[in-house]
Design a protein around this ligand. Structure first.
Ligand code: AMP
Ligand code: GLY
Length: 414
């Protein structure tokens, strides 16, 4: 049997490992308690000391730090770009400059290190005002607001280092875009790009998109509001010029190019690139690809993707359960009820899988919260409605003190 190493320890890596284990022997480093309980081997050994036919890097941080380059120097097949490609996510200022030279449609922007220049630029913009940190901030470095004073205050907090340390001391101020948002994850093998089915992510912590931005509170796929024509348009107007620019800069991008797209009345515009699988989009996407996942990712790493998209069946909806106090001050150690010893629903529901993001076992072997996002429950079904009903039925069975959950994931899509 072929061997695969997944790098990371959240629900995204749980979903990838679970999907890949249908056709390969999977080891996750470091993984987490819930992945191990699900029967998937977790080790603390560095990926650089493991051997396998395929390495899949989950999070952005190790990619930005050059893990994929190091693995490739050892002759390994890797899904994930090297450090030069990972800069597309590692620095928003670099990304915006890259998009401008590639001719990719995106929001008008300015890059600032200085508070006076930044607030003067803000005063020339129309609301909503958008202020972003340059560096990695786990999805929490973006403020979108109609209040100019709040935007100026945010600039101050970021530039002073108070909000995000050195990741925040360069800010990007952007024109606010309006429209439906879509996550289009595109597999790239260096030359060929193949989109996965479009997904939608829910970034705000509260129902009706209220409250703070988070890493993502839920997702569903495929997204009916994104037609195959829309996908094609994103591929030709956004992804194709990106591939040309990568080639021009001699960046061999093998991995997931995740386009965060706003479908505006003036056509699709790129909000941001991530250089990895989305979280929680991956928890929704993986179950749709079944046993095809390993082969698809192996081809991506080897540079032999075929241009035609892989077929999927059905729909999926993922609901995230987060810890008390998420996203500002998540609390650890709350006892989770409703899970069996394998970390899945104690009373199973057809089509529902539980992916563990931040859980640990207490001294009595019971699951407790151990992170901001705690669990992601995915329901699959023949329709979005069925998938949604299953995911929420599952979520109702898993409780812990102070659980934070949105109730409207995929509601508008049903
Ligand atoms: P990002 O990390 O750049 O994707 O930003 C996080 C979230 O903030 C996005 O998913 C959007 O919901 C929102 N956002 C970012 N940029 C803009 C923009 N220019 N206009 C409106 N909303 C935005
Ligand atoms: N779902 C947002 C992200 O993965 O960055």
């Amino acid at each position: 049997m072929r061997r695969c190493v997944v790098i990371g320890g959240g629900a995204r890596e749980h979903a990838l490992a679970w999907g890949l284990s249908k056709s390969a022997e999977v080891v996750v480093t470091p993984g987490n308690a819930g992945i191990a309980a699900h029967g998937i081997t977790c080790v603390t050994t560095s990926a650089l000391e493991l051997d396998a036919d395929l390495f899949v890097v989950g999070p952005e941080q190790p990619l930005v730090e050059g893990l994929a380059d190091e693995l490739r120097r050892q002759g390994k097949i890797v899904v994930g770009p090297g450090a030069s490609g990972a800069r597309l996510e590692g620095s928003k200022a670099f990304m915006k400059e890259f998009l401008a030279s590639a001719g990719v449609p995106t929001a008008r922007f300015g890059v600032f290190h200085d508070e006076d220049a930044a607030t003067a630029f803000l005063a020339t913009m129309e609301p909503p005002f958008v202020v972003k940190t340059d560096g990695l901030a786990a999805g929490k470095g973006v403020l979108v607001t109609n209040d100019l004073d709040e935007a100026c205050e945010d600039v101050r907090a970021k530039l002073s280092g108070a909000a995000f340390g050195s990741a925040g001391t360069t800010v990007i101020i952007e024109e606010g875009l309006d429209g439906e948002e879509c996550s289009l994850l595109v597999l790239c093998d260096g030359t060929t790009a193949v989109p996965l089915v479009p997904a939608q992510d829910f970034k705000r912590v509260g129902d009706d998109d209220q409250g703070a931005n988070t890493g993502g509170m839920g997702a569903y796929a495929p997204m009916p509001a994104m037609s195959s024509g829309d996908v094609e348009l994103v591929m030709t107007s956004i992804v194709a010029p990106t591939l040309r620019e990568l080639a021009r800069r001699q960046i061999d991008f093998r991995g997931v190019l995740y386009a965060g797209v706003m479908l505006t009345s003036a056509g699709p515009k790129l909000l941001e690139y991530n250089v990895r699988f989305g979280d929680p989009e991956t928890e929704a996407l993986v179950p749709l690809y079944g046993e095809g996942l390993f082969e698809m990712l192996l081809r991506t790493g080897e540079g032999r993707l075929s241009a035609s998209p892989v077929a999927t069946k059905g729909f999926s909806v993922t609901v995230v359960l987060a810890a008390h106090g998420y996203p500002q001050h998540p609390r650890s150690g709350d006892l989770i009820s409703g899970l069996g010893p394998d970390g899945q629903l104690a009373h199973s529901i057809e089509g529902v899988t539980v992916f563990h993001a931040g859980t640990a076992l207490d001294h009595e072997g019971r699951f407790v919260t151990a992170g901001g996002r705690v669990l992601a429950l995915t329901g699959v079904g023949a329709s979005i409605g069925e998938a949604r009903e299953r995911a929420y039925r599952g979520a109702a069975l898993v409780t812990f003190e102070g659980r934070v959950m949105r109730h409207d994931i995929a509601q508008a899509a049903v």
